[in-house]
Ligand binder design. Structure first.
Ligand SMILES: NC(=O)C1=CN([C@@H]2O[C@H](COP(=O)(O)OP(=O)(O)OC[C@H]3O[C@@H](n4cnc5c(N)ncnc54)[C@H](OP(=O)(O)O)[C@@H]3O)[C@@H](O)[C@H]2O)[C@@H](O)CC1
Ligand SMILES: Nc1ncnc2c1ncn2[C@@H]1O[C@H](COP(=O)(O)OP(=O)(O)O)[C@@H](O)[C@H]1O
Ligand SMILES: [K+]
Length: 505
């Protein structure tokens, strides 16, 4: 799914009205009608509704919703905020209709003292501002936002299209924004919904299709995308019947150090469960027995050094289709030197994670030696160590995309919505996964999966998109079976098989 900017959403709206048999008033009726359907489905008539409307088209949506709920016999108060601006044409149209039929249900509010007393079990609908917000909310309108947010613990707050005060494409940190329990967003996700800084504002997002022009949607280029199941179906390659283990590549995993062999074992197991043909693990001498006993399907090469690896560059030759490096590796000087040498001799796309990223942040010039098309998998702290801080999440996304272009790498920034930046600047968000995966070792599992997919000849973009999807999907299956609390990284691996089966068989 494409993620459009606020300006593009306005264009999509105008394009639809110009090219499809639908007027602007009818498009509003359709969009708001979808919200009303959702509300009617969700809330019984015992809930009194307070619908706060601005004077633009978001407010117009609110007026349509108010009318529909009244027609269905619900108790509704339409709270119209009078802040001086000129109302939009569609707002005026639906205002007149409501005024004619339900004048008694309209309450005009011109300052914060007009905020109504809310009875028990009220539902607040926020139709104050949507994608047209062009500056932070100030003055008494900000007071209304605070009053609504004060009700967050007592009443359900449903935002129409966007929580008022939030901008689709820019940070609204420290400005007044509605804290919604639900956001009913038209047709698309907005970038703002996917960033951690807005997590407490958007609540649960419901995407309501409103029939915007498919022509516009198909032909308009965007930077941000949300990965979905359909995309995975175009990526996934079934295994040919006459395949043998050589078909699926030989991967080298460079991982582990004294006290952190678990990371190497988790990565190795995940790589095998992702379908690699052959796996060799380069591990420090202290980890040899551990790996051989934990994962008999993997081959092991022990380093000359006992506690960490320092000679893996000697291994890194054309036998290996790809290399996954970093989990539990440590950052000993000898390890860093070996990594530097590996980068001068190995030129295929590889997966770089954890301590290998930390080494790159200490020796940033090495970043230019990383083979083009490689996949870097930092969590936010590792990302900051590599590329510096950002003032907010929107700037971090800009930086992510810019660095992927500059270095010609795939950079996967981990989180609730993992963001994957590509060498052409496009960014894909992954929506699978859950907070049960916020547990040590989950990232090591991801590295193993990505390494396994690259070895099988998935192109790097395909590997990183499919790998992130499967990792989160397996995590969701594990959580469904075991709970988010009790699941561990190993459970992500043990549910990878079910994830493949559910997604592709
Ligand atoms: N596109 C679609 O798919 C469809 C969209 N639809 C709906 O339309 C919504 C977009 O409507 P919109 O463009 O009229 O903008 P909206 O958010 O109502 O606000 C604009 C008004 O607010 C004002 N204003 C702005 N900032 C302000 C501030 N800080 N403080 C005070 N005032 C401020 C601004 O005034 P201005 O600054 O321009 O003078 C203007 O008067 C969209 O979110 C969706 O709900 C559906 O009905 C149909 C399908
Ligand atoms: N709340 C969450 N929702 C979805 N995925 C999550 C969440 N928390 C963590 N994850 C995923 O779990 C993994 C954690 O990786 P990382 O922080 O590197 O862990 P570790 O270093 O312990 O292996 C990432 O892929 C991340 O996207
Ligand atoms: K709103």
């Amino acid at each position: 799914m494409k993620i459009f900017t606020a300006a593009q959403i306005r264009e999509a709206d105008a394009f639809t009205i110009a090219h499809e048999p639908v007027s602007s008033t009818d498009l509003m009726a359709r969009a708001a009608g979808k919200c009303a359907d959702w509300l009617l489905d969700r809330f019984a008539p015992v809930h009194p509704f307070f619908i706060f409307c601005g004077k633009g088209n978001n407010g117009g949506d609110g007026l349509v919703i108010a009318h529909r709920l009244l027609e269905e016999g619900y108790q509704v108060t339409a709270c119209l905020l009078e802040y001086g601006n000129k109302a939009s044409e569609d707002y005026i149209y639906y205002y007149r209709r409501l005024q004619q039929q339900y004048a008694g249900r309209i309450r005009e509010i011109a300052d914060v003292t007009g905020f109504p007393e809310l009875p028990a079990s009220a539902v607040i609908v926020d139709a104050i501002f949507g994608t047209g917000l062009n500056k932070p909310i100030e003055g008494w309108l900000a007071g209304i936002i605070h009053k609504i947010n004060d009700q967050h613990g007592r009443h359900t707050i449903v935002a129409i299209d966007m929580p008022s005060g939030l901008m689709a494409d820019a940070s609204c940190r420290n400005t007044p924004v509605i804290q919604a329990h639900y956001t009913l967003s038209f047709e698309f996700h907005k970038l703002a919904f996917l960033l951690p800084e807005n997590a407490a504002l958007v609540g649960e997002v419901q995407i309501l299709p409103i029939g915007l022009s498919p022509d516009y949607i198909t032909h308009t280029p965007v930077r941000y995308h949300l990965a979905d199941k359909e995309m995975m179906h175009t990526i996934y390659m079934p295994r040919p019947a006459f395949a043998h283990k050589g078909t699926f590549g030989h991967a080298l995993l460079v991982a582990g150090s004294y006290g952190k062999m678990g990371a190497a074992v988790l990565s190795a197991k995940a790589c095998l469960r992702a379908g690699v043909g052959l796996l060799t693990c380069h591990i420090p001498r202290c980890g040899y027995d551990i790996m051989q006993i934990s994962e008999p399907a993997a081959m092991s090469v022990a380093d000359e050094v006992h506690e960490h690896s320092a000679h893996f560059h000697e291994q890194a030759d054309a036998r290996y289709k790809t290399i996954g490096i970093g989990p539990g590796l440590g950052t000993a000087t000898a390890t860093a030197r070996s990594f530097e040498k590996l980068l001068t001799c190995y030129k295929r796309p590889m997966v770089i994670d954890a301590d290998a990223l930390n080494i790159l942040s200490v020796y940033p010039s090495l970043l230019y030696q990383v083979p083009a098309g490689s996949i870097l998998t930092p969590h936010p702290k590792e990302f900051e160590r590599l590329f510096g801080p950002s003032a907010n999440d929107f700037e971090r996304m800009e930086l992510l995309s810019k660095q992927a272009v500059r270095l010609q790498l795939y950079i996967l920034l981990k989180g609730r919505y993992t963001a994957i930046a590509c060498p052409d600047g496009a960014v894909y968000f992954n929506a699978t996964g859950n907070p049960g995966m916020a547990t040590g070792g989950s990232g090591d599992v991801l590295t193993g999966i990505l390494t396994g997919l690259l070895a099988q000849d998935y192109a790097p973009k395909a590997a990183v998109l499919l790998g992130a999807w499967l990792h989160g999907y397996a995590g969701d299956l594990a959580a469904a079976k075991l709970s988010q609390e009790a699941m561990t990284a190993g459970d992500i691996i043990s549910h990878l098989g079910a994830a493949f089966l559910e997604c592709f068989y």
